[in-house]
Design a protein around this ligand. Structure first.
Ligand code: F6P
Length: 328
């Protein structure tokens, strides 16, 4: 391998810069040139790139976002998109490509691979942690801490006003962030897709524990952490429905994109560095269509095609415990 391409795609995640830095530093130690494509796959389609030098990755390990910028790229889903992307890689003599992103980005990589002669490897970067083949994705640990900080602050005002708050956290269709931040924030209830769909008809599931807690324990504040996409109409609609049903004002707080930003916590800087370096090392060993991950503390490869199978479950012990004490 003489020339390596790298890009960040999909939702940005804190720690992506650490991964880019590790890719560049590791490649440089093998005298491999690194080309960084801008705005995810758009950079490949529109030939927006620059050769990365060690000075480009100085002072970035502590920064959120991604120096390469990120984007979702609908053009890659057209029949011509992957062909065009592969043509750019061939034209620029890129021997291998590293894609840092989530399983959607890896699906794009698999399409490009059908037309590309070089190697492709994935590095899992998303706050959602919804990628199989790695215990944690880059950005997940930081997102938990960001959400937790917000929950703690909401708890103060919820307590002062004796209010019920519903805090909506990101996660796309998974409850990794909601479960972790909810547990760590002492949430009275956690609602996430893994607990089964919640419809307007089964509001009782949420109501009974609230009424129980208010009556029996005289709780001053009550926080329900809700993973996004858990309720038809969204978390504000859920708060309104609860308000109507119990006659106590329930407020919704949609945390939103704040969860994607901020300086990565140590764990994400370390994971980003490790997986970025490992991806380069494994490419040199011939890896292709694999994702660099870490399972039980061991670096390992996982087939890129299986990363979106959703076999990784949210912590079963915490799920069981939360359901046991949920309304306490
Ligand atoms: O995948 C990361 C993520 O932040 C999800 O948690 C969320 O559902 C989605 O991206 C939001 O995407 P966008 O920034 O395109 O609205």
């Amino acid at each position: 391998i003489k020339r390596l391409g790298v890009l960040t795609s999909g939702g940005d995640a804190p720690g992506m810069n650490a991964a880019i830095r590790a890719v560049l530093l590791t490649a440089a130690s093998y005298n491999i040139e690194v080309v960084g494509f801008k705005h995810g796959y758009i950079g490949l389609l529109e030939q927006e790139y620059k050769t990365l030098m060690p000075q480009h990755v100085q002072n970035i390990i502590q920064r959120g976002g991604t120096i390469l910028k990120s984007a979702r790229c609908p053009a890659l889903q057209t029949p011509e998109g992957p062909k065009l992307a592969a043509a750019t890689l061939h034209q620029l003599n890129i021997d291998a490509l590293i894609v840092i992103g989530g399983d959607g980005s890896f699906r794009g990589a698999l399409e490009i691979a059908k037309h590309y002669q070089g190697q492709i490897i994935g590095v899992p970067g998303t706050i959602d942690n919804d990628v199989d083949g790695t215990d944690n994705t880059i950005g997940y640990a930081t997102a938990i801490d960001t959400a937790l900080d917000a929950i703690d602050k909401i708890r103060d005002t919820a307590d002062a006003f004796e209010r019920i708050f519903l805090v909506e956290l990101m996660g796309r269709h998974s409850g990794f962030i909601a479960l972790s931040a909810g547990i760590a924030g002492g949430a009275e209830q956690i609602i996430c897709p893994e607990f089964g769909p919640l419809s307007a008809e089964d509001l009782r599931r949420v109501l009974t524990p609230i009424q129980h807690a208010q009556l029996l324990m005289g709780k001053a504040s009550y926080i329900i952490v809700v993973a996004e996409n858990s309720y038809p109409g969204g978390t504000t609609a859920l708060a309104d429905a609860l308000t109507k049903a119990i006659g106590i004002e329930c407020r919704a707080c949609i945390l939103g994109h704040i969860q994607r930003g901020g300086s990565p916590v140590g764990a994400d800087r370390i994971l980003g560095s490790k997986l970025g370096a490992y991806a380069v090392e494994q490419l040199l060993q011939g890896a292709h269509l694999q994702m660099a991950g870490e399972v039980n503390g061991e670096l390992s490869l996982y087939p890129l095609a299986l990363t979106g199978e959703r076999t990784k479950a949210i912590d079963p012990f915490l799920v069981r415990w939360q359901q046991q004490v949920g309304s306490a």
